[in-house]
Structures are given as structure tokens and as C-alpha cells.
Design a protein around this ligand. Structure first.
Ligand code: DAT
Ligand code: MG
Length: 170
């Protein structure tokens, strides 16, 4: 079995329902290691790029609003992002996460236990979990910079950035 890495997101409904601890506890049963983590507000562009494969679906607009936490607002309009690594990590973490549709998910899985379908038909399924190694690579590179991950998992290159304005502590 191969060592894999994947992206896990605790979505805004998981943040709003104060489920971070419960979700991380359930995921820890797989004995994977966290090699990157952060909290962030999701831009429209990031949301659309993350879910680009679903752009023609009728629920795409609502899906983008959902991952941005639009319906929750301050202080819940954010996600917690993690890169996990371990043996056969993708299949094992997806099993703990449960099926996409929270009504069909194993009731002991994260989505089965904590997810719901809203009256508008949005699957509020609490977590995102990469589906295969190539999607995992695309998603990890989309959500994280190399220096935010404690291990080199994909090839990197040195780039010189001139006159880039960035925030620093005052
Ligand atoms: P997964 O998140 O299990 O990888 P996916 O990639 O097919 O599933 O879809 C991404 C998200 O889109 C999913 O977590 C919830 C939403 N979604 C998928 N199918 C849906 C549907 N039929 N109705 C509403 N939301 C849906
Ligand atoms: Mg998917």
C-alpha cells in the first residue's frame, strides 16, 4: 500500500456546529499525521476552482456560497484546512468521512453523524475529503503553499518575487 496525502476541510457548517474537535478525533482513529493546517476565509475564486468539476451542476452556485460560509457569516464564514499523510490515506479517510449525501452516509461516519440536507437541497456534509491521488495533489497545491507544509511532498522550485507587498507584524 502506498503512502498518500490528501486535503481535508472542515467546512463552515462544521465550524458553526463547533464540531472541529469531534471531527479531528474521528479522523485520528486512522493514525495519519497532519503535515499542514490553517484557518482561512475562502475567496470566490478559490471556491470555484476547488469545485470546478461541478461547474455545470444546478447546485454549483449554492455549493460555492456554502463553502464560503455565506449563509453563516461572521464568525463562521471560514474553513479549517488540513493535509494528512499516511498509508492508503485517501480510501481510509473517505471511509471515516462517509458518503457524499449525508442521508446515505454510514451513521457512524462524520457526514452520517453530523451532516444534513438543507431545505434548498444543499448537502451540508461537514467535511471535504480528496477523492483520489491526482485530485489530492491538485487540491493540496491549490490550498497550500510549499512552505506551509512541513514535508516536501511534491517537487518545488525557487522563484524570486520582487516588490511583492505582503502583510507583516507592525
Ligand atoms: P465528495 O465531496 O464526496 O467528493 P463530490 O466531489 O461529488 O463529492 O461533490 C462535491 C460536493 O458537492 C459535495 O461534498 C456536496 C456537493 N454535492 C455533490 N452532489 C450534490 C447533489 N446532488 N446535490 C447537492 N449537493 C451536492
Ligand atoms: Mg470530490
Amino acid at each position: 500500500m502506498a503512502i498518500e496525502q490528501l486535503l481535508i476541510l472542515i467546512k463552515p457548517d462544521g465550524v458553526k456546529k463547533s464540531l472541529t474537535g469531534n471531527i479531528l478525533t474521528k479522523l485520528s482513529e486512522a493514525r495519519m499525521v497532519i503535515i499542514g493546517s490553517k484557518t482561512l476565509k475562502v475567496s470566490r475564486e478559490l471556491a470555484q476552482t476547488h469545485y470546478y468539476q461541478l461547474k455545470d451542476k444546478p447546485f454549483f452556485g449554492e455549493l460555492v456560497d456554502y463553502i464560503q460560509g455565506k449563509i453563516y457569516g461572521e464568525p463562521y464564514d471560514r474553513v479549517l484546512a488540513f493535509v494528512y499523510q499516511g498509508e492508503d490515506a485517501i480510501a481510509r479517510m473517505r471511509k471515516i468521512a462517509g458518503a457524499t449525501n449525508p442521508e446515505e452516509a454510514d451513521p457512524v461516519s462524520i457526514r452520517g453523524a453530523y451532516g444534513r440536507i438543507t431545505t434548498k437541497g444543499v448537502y451540508e456534509n461537514v467535511v471535504h475529503c480528496s477523492s483520489d491521488p491526482s485530485e489530492a495533489e491538485r487540491e493540496i497545491k491549490l490550498w497550500f503553499n510549499p512552505e506551509e507544509i512541513v514535508k516536501q511532498i511534491y517537487p518545488t522550485k525557487k522563484v524570486v518575487i520582487e516588490k511583492e507587498e505582503k502583510e507583516d507584524w507592525a
